[in-house]
Design a protein around this ligand. Sequence first.
Ligand code: KG4
Ligand code: ZN
Length: 356
Amino acid sequence: MSLVKINSKVTETLIEKVKNEILILGIESSCDETAAAVVADGRRVLSNVIYSQVPVHTLYGGVVPEIASRAHVEKINQVIRKALEDSGKTIQDIDAIAVTYGPGLVGPLLVGVNTAKAFAYAKKKPLVGVNHIEGHISANYIDNPELEPPFMCLVASGGHSHIVRVDDYGKYTIIGRTHDDAAGEAFDKVARAIGLGYPGGPKVDKLAKEGDPAKIDFPRASVGDSPYDFSFSGLKSAVLNYLNGCEMKGIEVNKADVAASFQQAVIDVLTEHSIRAAREYGCERLALAGGVAANSGLREAMKSAAEKEGMKFYMPSLIYCTDNAAMIASAGYYEYMAGKRAGLSLNAMPNLKVGE
Ligand code: KG4
Ligand code: ZN
């Protein structure tokens, strides 16, 4: 009798587990956002907590790695606790912990990696290491439940600009890359040059709405024989030269026109190369990701260009474009389901490449 009882209890637990979703706790600390999130089955966000260090770094006009590391140490436990609380789950309910281990700033990355390792060890949870750029790409799974690989994705952030073919969950091929500055870096440098300050991207985006994108003919650079690669340092220099030229001639600069014309040059190159890559590789689906994916002009341009080509277009909502941990949990889910596990020897990899 008691044996039957025990068996039915075991069966009940098993059924419950089968019915239950897989819960991933994501942790992100690669740059200046301390973030944690709980995501069910890689797509449903139960909580998404982001502590932005922007006010801490504004004084210096950019991210100071040492200050960022320290701020991560101060906030990370609170952020994780809040993510669990908001999700209505406990650490016991979590199936695995996914953490960004690269690319990024080594000090900030180490804070997330070591915290994740401590939790995994203490709570006996599997640990999954996630590539930050693959996390950005996976942000598309959150808002687009129907999106499945294969698809082409433009990832443009502060540190990276890539065109990536997502061959399958967790399988990536780099089709194009920047040879110098990342798109977001160009936004930040131009913002500084026209006195908008840090963080530059959103400020240029806002000011560009008041300017004429056709006013100044900034260069649309292509790189050697690769139709999918980017170069933004020439564009950045062209903006600086334009500003210096105006100053020397005593001409007053219309900052809104500079912002709009610069932004248009970036948008044209990013859009054209991404559409070409998707077309040439026979992808019917095109996605956008990374901090620059929050740019209103780029979102519109990519959407209309993809639709014109008869491609389905996907992009994350704004909150999942810039750094967050929900995208890390989403990428981590697919790694976890593929059986990938990181040991407690997991280390920060500042130069980690996509697909490594
Ligand atoms: O992905 P992200 O949050 O961090 C990195 O992984 O680098 O991207 C940050 C970058 C910054 O360069 C920021 O200026 C840019 O994304 N960014 C934007 C916008 N919002 C953020 N660039 C253009 N327009 C925006 N609205
Ligand atoms: Zn990022």
